[in-house]
Design a protein around this ligand. Sequence first.
Ligand code: SAH
Length: 289
Amino acid sequence: MSIWRASVLTLYPAAFPGPLDLSIAGRARASEIWALETLDIRAFSGNRRGSVDDTPAGGGAGMVLRADVAARAVAAARGDDGRDIRPLIYPSPRGAPLTQSRVREWAKGPGLIVLCGRFEGLDERAIAFCAMEEVSLGDFVLAGGEIAAMAMIEATIRLLPGATGNVASPGEESFEAGLLEYPHYTRPRVWEGMAIPEPLLSGDHARIAAWRQAQAEDITRARRPDLWAAHAGDSREGAEKTSPRRPKGTRGGTKAILRESGLKDKVNTNFPDAPMAQEAGRSDQHEPD
Ligand code: SAH
């Protein structure tokens, strides 16, 4: 498979790779699972002063990134043979909010081109001319697209085959089953008077899976009614799925949950009685993530 390629067009190339060279993303880049190219938008100003912005038509505060400058930068990233089919993203508060399913699509594709906005934003004509897709990080306003580009790229990279040592983990996380994730615990068994919930120490795979499923459902219902409504709708459509109304701690349907979640072989039943030596050795084996 060919390498996943990110091209970032920015007025602040020094911001990259930044956090994208740490941890999972950094190791994956070193292993050539993905590559990063940074293009300085200022190099495409077309004038000696390197000016890339101008005052807004119609008046008002701030400056606007020029359409011709942005289009030249995009053309440089794409090449002109028409063979670069990577999605072209303009991070923008006006875009559709980023979702994990979108990130999964990106991970299956050849890479991304991201044009980072600054100032008041980008001349609308560049968005149309280059067929940019606007994607938002959420309902708030950043000072520039760089952090949004990093978030998009980092979320995608960790899904690339081989990027995380633990192949199983991305599939069990928040949003993957339309739910937020269940809570995690690790040693010690009691900390500040709070004990690890008993089902997790039971060694009973089915009970653990059922507890985690119930927790994920409770947390989603309480914190994200929007996700919960979508999940409940999906469950009604799919006859195979367990009922989202199943109360916490119920043991019904646990075989199905285990089969679906693939947790069967991953539950560490040795956990409650693990010897101290193993505990001490863990920090050495433990990946930074
Ligand atoms: N005037 C614009 C905001 C410009 S902020 C507006 O009101 O919509 C400058 C740049 O930061 C934008 O061009 C965009 O690239 C980036 N940005 C700001 N908020 C963002 C968000 N929520 N998601 C993604 N990118 C964002």
